[in-house]
Design a protein around this ligand. Structure first.
Ligand code: MRU
Length: 342
């Protein structure tokens, strides 16, 4: 299953808000539709966001290909700013748009036609690199998975969340494909249920034994010694190893430490923000309050109640056993091990 596919001059993507009930694909040549899809989480997951905004910029480049150089540059610059404003936490989105911006800066003096071609080529490269990084994460991570393992995961880190086959989920899938006996507990991931709607759907399609739990059941399962390993993804990792990921990840890390269970993060190196050191520097997205006060359109909380809806949380490095990446598994102290990426 491909969450994102470049069709030459259009982008095709699966509308993740409709899953698992309906598998609907949207084909567009309009970067605004890509931006809206990101805002409402039709496209989501840090690596997929990076790929999607690159293709969004490619669509904008094609749309403006009849402009003169200076107007093309101005228009593309504002599209990049607009796409950067869609979601604040996943660094992949900014990493990707900075690459597109660099291409724009380098090639615009050689004319619009060449710049359009180079922007499209860069977006295709970003996508290709993401596919390769997912494969490498799967291979590197599968090594730490025991022959018989029950793994707890959170949110969705599969093919839907990336341009390839996933990050944390691809560790699970690669271990399963290598003949290991894998069982998965998937936290439903309140409030938008990426675990229930997306991870359970993907793992079932892949023939992997998956059991859905409420997020709040995780500690009880750990206490009963039913979890061997926790693996989640990341939206942004700092140079000291602080990890922003879907809210609830920190709860799992604290509980894993308490119960002596290894807690791993799996992410491509494009998710490591080499510009920042600690978690406080990461902007945590706050979502609209109706994502908590309503349950799929039906009001479930009293009108007027105060709401705080953080979409992500920060897990500190001392709770993380290892960071599985496409390059290698980075081990603590992360301020030393990650410094090779600077
Ligand atoms: O709000 P979302 O669904 O975009 O959040 C996604 C996550 O938190 C994922 O765990 C993370 O992006 C890694 S996806 C490989």
């Amino acid at each position: 299953m491909k969450s994102l596919e470049w069709l030459g001059s259009k982008l095709r993507f699966i509308d993740q808000t409709k899953l698992p009930a309906e598998e609907i694909y949207i084909v567009t040549d309009d970067f605004r539709i890509v931006g809206d899809a990101i805002r409402k989480l039709s496209i989501r997951g840090a690596p997929a966001l990076g790929v999607a905004v690159a293709y969004g910029a490619a669509l904008a480049a094609l749309e403006n290909s009849n402009e003169n150089s200076s107007s093309f540059k101005n228009k593309l610059t504002s599209v990049i700013i607009e796409l950067k404003s869609t979601r604040p936490t996943a660094v992949n989105l900014f990493w990707s748009l900075e690459r597109i911006n660099k291409v724009l800066d380098i090639f615009i003096i050689s004319g619009v036609e060449l710049t359009v071609a180079k922007i499209i080529a860069e977006a295709i490269d970003i996508h290709g690199e993401d596919i390769a990084m997912c494969n490498a994460i799967g291979i590197n991570g599968a090594e730490i998975v025991p022959q018989d393992a029950t793994i707890l995961t959170h949110c969705n880190t599969g093919a839907l969340a990336t341009g390839g086959d996933g990050t944390a989920q691809n560790v699970i899938v690669t271990a399963h494909k290598s003949g290991k006996n894998i069982k998965v507990y998937a936290g439903e991931t309140r409030p938008l249920l990426q675990g229930a709607r997306l991870t359970a759907w993907e793992l079932m399609k892949l023939g992997i034994d998956v059991t859905l739990i409420t997020d709040s059941a995780a500690a009880f399962l750990m206490q009963q010694k039913k979890i061997d390993l926790v693996i989640t993804g990341a939206d942004r990792i700092t140079m000291q190893g602080f990890v922003a990921n879907k809210v609830g990840t920190y709860n799992l890390a604290v509980n894993a430490k308490m119960h002596g269970i290894p807690f791993y993060i799996a992410a491509p190196t494009s998710t490591i923000d080499t510009k920042i050191e600690v978690g406080d520097e990461i902007i945590i997205e706050e979502r609209s309050e109706n994502e908590i006060t309503e349950y799929f359109g039906k009001r479930t909380a009293p009108v007027g109640v105060k709401v705080y809806s953080a979409a992500f949380d920060i897990t500190p490095p001392d709770l993380i056993t290892g960071i599985i990446t496409d390059r290698k598994i980075f081990l603590p102290p992360y301020s030393n091990s990650l410094s090779v990426l600077k």
